[in-house]
Design a protein around this ligand. Structure first.
Ligand code: ARG
Length: 479
């Protein structure tokens, strides 16, 4: 059989799933078509929610017993059974079945098989709609904390690299043209700040995920005397959804997660782009560790920055997941619709991508070799001190517009003469303006240019040291 044919045959229905195997089979006469079953089953990807599903079910069964809806004896059996199932899943000994559709029904069925009738009481006063919402809230909360830890590790590497290279001078760019000399450490710390905002944004995501949906039932609440506050306390939630329709159909926290993840990836992607440029022969500002690069199967000389390239590439994927989720939700009527099952694959992939990218990025930063002399040469061999030349004249009383004009003419003169500002004689300077003095040579040295930019947040060594200081304070505060 050709590969093409077998591909299409996969989509031809092969049989049916017996209705007796379904937990919702009562209303049905006919069995489920096997292809339809495979199409709508989510177990392949939502099995990663098993910890949250079990944790939520344990809290729910405790609440049911406390409210007298089930007996303490049944609750104990349920909790024991759930714990056993958790161990089986952890050990890889649990058989996930696609005919049981999702993680919720896989676990519930296994529980009933394990403990008998008591298992059938677990789903009292609950729907899969509020159950899946609870699982996802718990999962997002856990992942946000793990991502924030990874952000912090990368931030620490940035601070270490900034301290190690505190006085290395490089050209700062606008329009990718050399603009003004800056400290390399200042450049690295700009990414610290971006990551700081990312971490902050994830705090917001955490807050919006920290709301307890269980008890909303399928959409309208329940006729049974439940205690939602008890479940919220058991699971350490800060708040409880006050509208059951909202509780089961809210995916804002996932949209916010994907937004925060996209912005974070955009930051990593911009940094990747710079690393890729800096590794090129044309810039030659840094070299990545051999352990973090790959070679070419054809060109023996190549050492390729695949890792930052891949991070740049994967950024599109995460942004895509955000777009997909916005599009999924945008025309959904209240309350639950199966479309919402589509919240998972994109979110899970975004989580994996973000975590992996942060972890490898920290390694890239820790392993990179900084070629300070090449950066220095790039600063020497350009006109990035032209603003300082103008500022020099301003300090001698020349209006800035005029000073700008004089500096521009001097740059033009140098280009004609094929030299740099530092190569001119004092007489040549004086031909353009009589305010120039011997101290002009000191004023246009890269170190002076950098250290004179001592305005708050500027690139002077004093300001950069202050940035490092406040970064370190923040790190010790959150650790
Ligand atoms: N697997 C489903 C999801 O992820 C669980 C909720 C299903 N609810 C339902 N009424 N079919 O959204």
């Amino acid at each position: 059989m050709t590969a093409g044919l077998s591909f299409y045959l996969k989509f031809i229905s092969k049989g049916v799933i017996k209705i007796s195997e379904k937990l919702w089979g009562g209303r049905f006469e006919k069995s489920t078509d096997e292809m339809i079953n495979d199409f709508q089953a989510s177990i392949e990807f939502d099995k990663r929610l098993y910890r949250e599903d079990i944790k939520g079910s344990i809290a729910h069964s405790k609440m049911l017993a406390k409210c007298g809806i089930i007996s303490n004896d049944d609750a104990e059996k349920i909790i024991g059974g759930l714990k056993k199932i958790k161990e089986q899943i952890k050990a890889g000994e649990f058989e996930f079945k696609s005919e049981l559709e999702d993680i919720h029904m896989n676990i519930e069925k296994a529980l009933t098989d394990e403990i008998g009738d008591a298992g059938g009481r677990l789903h009292t006063a609950r729907s899969r709609n509020d159950q899946v919402a609870l699982d996802m809230h718990l999962y997002v909360r856990r992942q946000v904390s793990e991502i924030q830890d990874l952000i912090l590790s990368l931030q620490k590497e940035l601070v270490t690299a900034a301290e190690k290279n505190i006085s290395v001078i490089m050209p700062g760019y606008t329009h990718l043209q050399r603009a003004q000399p800056i400290l390399f450490s200042h450049h690295l710390l700009a990414y610290f700040e971006m990551l700081q905002r990312d971490s902050d944004r994830f705090c917001g995501v955490y807050d919006r995920a920290d709301i307890m949906p269980l008890g909303a039932g399928a959409l309208a609440g329940t006729t049974l005397p439940i205690d939602r506050k008890f479940v919220a306390d058991e699971l350490d939630f800060d708040a409880i959804y006050l509208n059951s329709l909202d509780a089961v159909s809210d995916r804002d926290y996932i949209l916010e997660f994907l937004s925060a993840a996209s912005i974070l990836m955009v930051h990593l992607s911009r940094f990747s782009e710079e690393i890729i440029l800096w590794c090129s022969r044309e810039f030659n500002f840094i070299e990545l560790d051999d352990a973090h690069c790959t070679g070419s199967s054809m060109m023996p000389q190549k050492k390729n920055p695949d890792v930052p390239e891949l991070i740049r590439g994967k950024t599109g994927r995460v942004i895509g997941h955000l777009m997909a989720m916005l599009t999924t939700v945008k025309a959904l009527p209240l309350a639950y619709n199966k479309d919402l099952q589509e919240d998972k694959e994109g979110l899970f992939d975004a989580i994996d991508t973000v975590k992996f990218s942060l972890a490898v990025f920290a390694q890239i930063v820790a392993g990179m070799k900084v070629k300070a002399e090449n950066m220095r040469r790039a600063v020497e061999e350009d006109f990035s001190n032209a603003t300082d030349l103008a500022d020099y004249l301003v300090k001698k009383g020349v209006p800035f517009r005029q000073a700008h004009e004089i500096s521009g003419k001097l740059v033009h003169y140098c280009i004609e003469k094929n030299c740099y500002l530092k190569d001119l004689t004092l007489d040549e300077f004086k031909n353009f303006c009589d305010k120039f003095d011997e101290d002009i040579f000191e004023a246009i040295k890269p170190e002076t240019c950098v250290n004179n930019r001592n305005s708050l947040g500027g690139t002077s060594i004093e300001q950069v040291k202050m940035q490092i200081q406040s970064a370190k304070e923040w790190i010790t505060q959150v650790e």
